[in-house]
Design a protein. Structure first.
Length: 281
């Protein structure tokens, strides 16, 4: 009799749209790992009970998405240093002693997509991060590890950007500002970590922010180009990318943490990209 596959899942609310079951299914097939991975709708107030029930029932690992990442940070018995700093956890793993480890793979996923998949060199670069929510907190540390010349966080509510800059300053040259301070500034990379694309809006950005070879990256993604991706194209960005690559890369980091096997991400990104282009008509 063959053993039942190890069980993994993503918890979130809503969850029906999540591509994580598909991505992990493709990773499992590619690496011949016997796992099952499902999506489960979990409300914040059910989160702690649902996590403990999942692990008590033999589950091995979880991803947590909106709006559960901060709760996952609170729940984890132990956190990696990058998860600790980001105050958000997107990956939970059951340890041998029964304790729950919390990790945040969003930032390393973004850096992998930028540097490996698109060969964007962040060393010595000037980076602008728009937004000071959970996603922004998750990416600042891994971006600073790439030794940029400077990293500026701009946010509608300026004090939230200042708070993050203060927390991460010991890791590198990070500062904060408001949108009105951007005019006349130039950046090699502009990252949209706000939720504006989800409602087809744009942050209030002046024209001319990008250097000649500068690129744009929207953490959001959809079947059609996001409003920020379209803005980047209008600004003649070298690359104007959305967050599909980051999504697959952060999943690969979680898969590696759980299974000790690193899946190839390129074929999975290409497949999902082709599928969404087909569905967008
Ligand atoms: P969040 O915690 O709700 O933060 C929202 C941010 O957007 C805040 O900084 C907020 O500013 C700003 N904002 C909202 N509406 C705005 C507007 N009209 N103009 C200017 N700023 C506005 O959201 P989050 O969890 O950080 O997620 C942000 C985005 O990242 C989402 O699109 C999410 O899907 C994406 N994401 C993608 C991945 C991936 O793997 N690709 C992973 C994680 C997240 P205030 O502080 O002023 O309210």
């Amino acid at each position: 009799m063959t053993a039942a596959p190890d069980r993994y899942a993503v918890f979130g609310q809503p969850i029906a749209h999540s591509k994580s079951p598909r991505i992990h299914g493709l990773f499992a097939e590619q690496t011949a790992q016997a796992i099952s991975y499902t999506g489960q709708e979990v409300a914040p107030e059910q989160f702690a009970d649902a996590v403990h029930a999942f692990f008590a029932d033999g589950g091995k690992g979880l991803n947590c998405t909106v709006p559960l990442k901060e709760l996952a940070w609170q729940l984890a018995d132990r956190k990696t240093p990058r998860a600790e700093l980001s105050r958000a956890v997107n990956t939970l793993a059951l340890e041998k002693d029964g304790s729950i480890l919390g990790e945040n793979t969003d930032g390393i996923g973004l850096v992998a997509d930028l540097t490996r998949n698109h060969e964007i060199d962040l060393v010595g670069s000037r980076i602008l991060v728009i937004g000071a929510g959970g996603a922004s907190r998750g990416i600042i540390g891994p971006l600073l590890e790439q030794s940029p010349e400077s990293l500026v966080i701009v946010n509608r509510t300026v004090f939230r950007a200042r708070q993050i800059a203060d927390e991460f300053r010991r890791l590198g040259p990070v500062s904060s500002c408001g949108f009105e301070d951007l005019r006349g500034q130039h950046y090699d990379l502009i990252i949209n970590a706000t939720s504006t694309s989800l409602s087809n809006q744009l942050p209030p950005l002046p024209d001319g922010l990008l250097t000649d070879t500068g690129s744009c990256y929207d953490l959001a993604y959809g079947n059609a180009p996001t409003t920020f991706v379209l803005w980047g194209r209008e600004q003649h960005a070298r690359y104007s990318l959305d967050g599909l690559g980051m999504l697959v890369e952060q999943a690969a980091e979680a898969f590696y943490l759980w299974r000790g096997v690193r899946p190839e991400t390129r074929p999975v990104i290409d497949l999902l990209d082709a599928e969404r282009k087909n569905s967008a008509g």
